[in-house]
Every structure is written in C-alpha cells, then in structure tokens.
Design a protein around this ligand. Sequence first.
Ligand code: C5P
Length: 300
Amino acid sequence: MSSVTVRVPAKVNLQLSVGGPRSDGYHDVATVFHAVSLFDDVTALPGDHLTVSVEGEGAEVVPVDDSNLALVAARALAEHTGTEAKAHLHVHKSIPVSGGMAGGSADAAGALVALDKLWDTRVDRDELQAIAATVGSDVPFALMGHTAVGLGRGERLTPALARGRFHWVFAFAQSGLSTPAVYAELDRLRTGSVQAEPRISDALMAALRSGDAVSLGRTLSNDMQRAAVSLAPDLAMTMDVGDEYGALGAVICGSGPTCAFLARDDEHALDLAVALTASGTCRSVKTVTGPAAGARVVTA
Ligand code: C5P
C-alpha cells in the first residue's frame, strides 16, 4: 500500500463537568463530546524510520519530535502489535493548535487508523480505543466521533442519542491555552470549596434526543470556562458578541480558548460569523455543523 489518508474531526464539549483533582494528576469529568465538521487529515506513507511533518493551521508551533501525539500513537500501535515502527506521517491541520478542540488528539487518532491500515495490523475498534486512551484522554472520542458521553478522564465513552444537525460558529483566539494550566487555574479558583461528583445534565440529554437547538443552547455548560476566562480575560468580549447577535448558546471549547456559538440555522451562522469577524475580538471565525463522523479513511 502506498499511502493512507484519514480524516478526523474536532470536538466541542456540550457539557464539561469537572470534579476535584485526583491523586494521579487528572480530574474526573462527566462530559458530552460533540464532533464537528472541522477536520485534520493524517496521511501515512511507508518510511525507513518514524517521522512526521505538519502543514496548515498553526503548523509552525506543532512539535515534530518524539512528543508529537501522532508519533506517540504510532509507537503505541507498533508496540501493541509487535510491528516495526516505520512510516512517515503527514498531518494537514485545520483544527487550531491549543484551542480546546482536541486537535492533537485528532492527529493521534488519525495516526492509529492510518497506520493500522498501512501496516495491515487489523486491530479491532475496541482495542484501538484502548490504545487511544493510553495516548490521551480525548483520543478515543476522536476515533468515535458523533456525540458521546465521556466519563473518567473523558476516555470512557458511550454514544449519545442525538437527533438532527446543529449549526455552529467557532471563534479562534489570537493565542492558545495549555490544558494543564487551565485545570490548575480551576483548582486554584476552587480552593477551599468541596467539589460535587461531576454529572451529566438530564436537560442537555433531553435536548439532544429531541434535536431542539433552542433547548440545547440553554443547556450548554463548561466548568472550565471561568478558569479559561481568568487566564485570558478578553474571551469575555468574544462571548458577549455572540450574545448580542442572538446565539442560542455559547460555550468555551474544552479548556479554551476557542469560543463556540450555536446558531438557529446556516443563515444565522453566517450572520454571527460576520459579526464576530467585524468585532475584532478574535483571530478568525469558522462556521461548521455537528455531529460529524469519527476518524475514517478517505483515501487508501
Ligand atoms: O490526557 P491528556 O494527556 O490529553 O491530558 C493533558 C493534561 O490535562 C493532563 O496531564 C492533566 O493535567 C490535564 N487533564 C486533567 N483531567 C482530565 C484530562 C486532562 O487534569 N480529565
């Protein structure tokens, strides 16, 4: 086989309920992941070593050394299957780097699916999910896509019943936020208060089952939001623009700083995008829809 290209979606958390810090440094979460039509493409080609190259959105700040998540995933798959880790991975990015949309996790998931095909290792989906969880908390969802409830670190997934298609506008910030830094800021802001167990909102799940965008907009929530705004106070201005132009709901993606706005339909999404661009409160704006499929081979 000469090359395999896999397309992998970005995610927004429709809800992100975060518990207190665990002894292993992670936080238990109860989250609803939603994949959207903003994709990274990962191509696997034969190679004499294991290498990666990156182009596109934010490529200049993505490491191409051993810390690159696509390479971490490749080594995990090679080890699991007893395969020699030889390939070149080429990543074409559209998902913002350090934007809270799991772009690095998408690249890891893409590498797993592409190399499983290139190396003909035929690992089944459950095993691939387990390997993905060792690479990062959000990698299993990038494989699965659509809409899903995530528990534990976010890696224990159950597909969620969701009807319809939702129209979103994403506002990308000038600079990224580090996920561990935002979790640490949340812990700092919560000092002295006892954390309830994270739990999924029944109202949100009902909104997804009915496909009602107005109800979904009202039930979006993210515990990380105040920590992200505390570290990047300008985000409050971006969120205000969405409010002013009638977004059905607004939420910061994961640990931020990307802001997600739910629109009534595609026309409203375009209006919101124009207003956000004109406001000058963000670097760039994209209209997308959700849910989107998880990592899948597009050319082989
Ligand atoms: O799992 P992943 O490597 O993507 O996580 C990156 C960092 O984010 C972790 O090292 C941890 O600091 C933080 N994290 C967390 N709780 C989670 C997921 C991530 O504290 N559920």
